[in-house]
Design a protein around this ligand. Structure first.
Ligand code: PMP
Ligand code: GLN
Length: 385
């Protein structure tokens, strides 16, 4: 193909390939144990695979309804009611989307105009800022406080200006593995009460909260829920990250605007996958047991690295364990992550990539959504460093 010879004014000049792609590729090239990108190395439930095959063979292979098939939206409504006491109307307030990333992007595209400000917490999951910027918005950052990644809500208050249109929150949080408390959400609720600011709440790890704590969904707080898009993903819940299916809960007025954008982008979400998920959601234990399942893996990995020189930070939710390496090396986390992958055979994610400027603390993120065998091999390498 001949080259495109005219200058391209990039809308995202600072953006390269995502760190997840970079590290997973490097891990594959060097045959390293891949604890970098967040995805399970084990398969989903055989029943779920069988359900997908069943529905493909049943011939539900044409466009499903734009907002998602009714049985899936009803199952999502039931879950939100049972877990969070929230009444979302499946017809007007629930939209099935091709993945949480898409749901977040679409919520941002729906509302953000040039020069609108969007408050993000740093470190921030890597899709947020580009999604704001490509829509002409301006990210405004508030720092999570190391080492517990807590929020100083006075700083959030100070970041709010007449141009603030939106705030993006993420609990349980990637990459910090911290979770919001009920008090955090009460603070947010009080602060936004007299504003028109909309919340996008990324809750893809809603079922992975540890040590007996409850997930503090926006949906539990009626005042907040009335101004929020709550986004989740079946990928994390059912070990099917490759299925790229999620959903967005929002009051009717916000959902109506959201669907105007969605219908001219993806338009619909994979039909057979939706039928399979709707039926699978009847087995509530699959998501209710997920926290215990991952807590066991967290503890197995922590036990494995106990005698290493890495220092674990608290992991209160998600399937990530952060390890500080200040006792091991002064090198940049990006350099160390590459070196550990290429020379020692274990891949991780350098947490500095989720910041604009690298922070002083030295942290690598390890994904423990892996078999015990993988975790044991990874931990053994880490113990020799
Ligand atoms: N938000 C966060 C915080 C995530 O960690 C991820 C996934 N890895 C996503 C969104 C994206 O989810 P999906 O694959 O459904 O787009
Ligand atoms: N969210 C996953 C992670 O944090 C990866 C998803 C992706 O590769 N975009 O590792």
């Amino acid at each position: 193909m001949p080259h495109f010879s005219k200058p391209i004014a990039s809308k995202l000049p600072q953006v390269g390939t995502t760190i997840f792609t970079v590290m997973s590729r490097l891990a594959a090239e060097h045959n390293a144990i891949n604890l970098s990108q967040g995805f399970p190395d084990f398969d989903c439930a055989p029943q779920l695979r069988a359900l997908l095959t069943k529905y493909i063979n049943a011939g539900v292979n044409q466009y499903p309804p734009m907002a998602g098939i009714a049985p899936l939206r009803e199952a999502i409504a039931e879950k939100a009611r049972e877990l969070y006491g929230a009444a979302y109307d499946p017809e007007h307030e629930i939209t099935v989307v091709p993945g949480a990333t898409y749901g977040i992007f679409t919520a941002i595209a729906t509302l953000i105009r040039p020069a609108d400000e969007v408050i993000l917490f740093e470190p921030a999951y890597d899709s947020y800022a580009p999604s704001v910027e490509v829509n002409g918005g301006r990210p405004v950052y508030v720092q999570l406080k190391f080492p517990d990644y807590s929020i100083d809500w006075r700083e959030v208050q100070n970041a709010i200006t007449p141009r603030t249109r939106m705030i993006v929150i993420n609990t349980p949080n990637n990459p910090t593995a911290s979770v919001f408390s009920a008090e955090d959400l009460r603070m947010l609720d009080g602060m936004l009460e007299r504003t028109g600011i909309v919340v996008v709440s990324d809750e893809v790890y809603e079922h992975i909260v540890f040590d007996g704590h409850r997930h503090q969904s926006i949906a539990r707080f009626p005042g907040l829920a009335a101004r929020s898009f709550v986004v989740s993903s079946f990928g994390k819940t059912y070990h099917v990250t490759g299925w790229k299916t999620g959903y967005v809960l929002a009051p009717r007025e916000l959902t109506a605007e959201f669907r105007k954008v969605h219908q001219f982008n993806a338009f619909v979400t994979n039909g057979p996958v939706q039928y399979a998920l709707a039926e699978h959601m009847k087995d509530k234990d699959a998501y209710l047991s997920l926290a215990a399942f991952y807590q066991k893996k967290r503890d197995f990995f922590l036990d494995g690295v106990k005698v290493s020189r890495f220092r674990p930070l608290p992991s209160r939710g998600t399937f990530f364990q952060n390890l500080c390496y200040d006792a091991i090396s002064d090198e940049k986390d990006t350099d160390l992550a590459i070196r550990l992958t290429t020379e020692r055979g274990v891949a991780s994610i350098p947490v500095s990539v989720f910041y604009r400027e690298p922070p002083a603390h030295k942290v690598l993120r390890f994904c423990f959504a892996k078999s015990e065998e993988t975790l044991a091999r990874g931990a053994e390498i880490l113990c020799n460093i």
